[in-house]
Write a protein that binds this ligand. Structure first.
Ligand code: HEC
Ligand code: HEC
Length: 89
């Protein structure tokens, strides 16, 4: 006998669907907002906006180094590819 409609099973599936949706929405809601500071628009950084990314990144650490004029914060994440995180907008 083919099982065409089983109300109990259907209800369970609906419930599962709702739970999954709510779960995904909750995760998205609490996901960290993009808060990493973008590349500043100022004299120091102007020239990097129309330079290749890899090209530009060679210069960052000339100022952003421990002895430079703008050292990175102590708890800075791994700094490989600056512009990947500090977007140019
Ligand atoms: C000529 C020196 C110099 C170079 C080169 C330089 N910076 Fe900076 N940067 C500064 C100084 C000084 C500050 C702090 C004052 C400011 O916000 O401009 C700063 C601030 C920043 C900030 C913080 C912005 C904020 O909103 O707090 C970021 C991010 C940054 N730089 C990224 C970069 C990246 C990425 C590069 C390479 C593409 C780079 N910088 C190259 C001097 C430099
Ligand atoms: C993996 C992502 C990531 C990479 C790669 C990265 N940063 Fe950051 N950076 C951050 C985060 C997160 C912070 C702390 C939040 C903020 O202040 O933007 C930060 C903070 C900074 C700050 C201080 C901003 C402030 O307002 O105090 C500077 C300057 C900076 N980064 C420059 C650089 C430079 C230069 C490079 C490349 C050598 C680099 N970052 C690579 C994620 C990154």
């Amino acid at each position: 006998m083919a099982e065409t409609y089983n109300p109990k099973k259907t209800k369970l599936l609906h419930l599962l669907f709702i739970l999954t949706s709510v779960g995904i929405l909750t995760v998205l809601w609490f996901a960290p907002k993009e808060k990493t500071h973008p590349l500043p628009h100022d004299e120091n950084h102007a020239r990097f906006f129309d330079m290749g990314k890899k090209e530009a990144e060679k210069f960052c650490e000339s100022c952003h180094n421990p002895a430079g004029q703008a050292p990175l914060p102590e708890k800075h994440p791994p700094k490989y590819r600056c512009l990947f995180c500090h977007k140019r907008k």
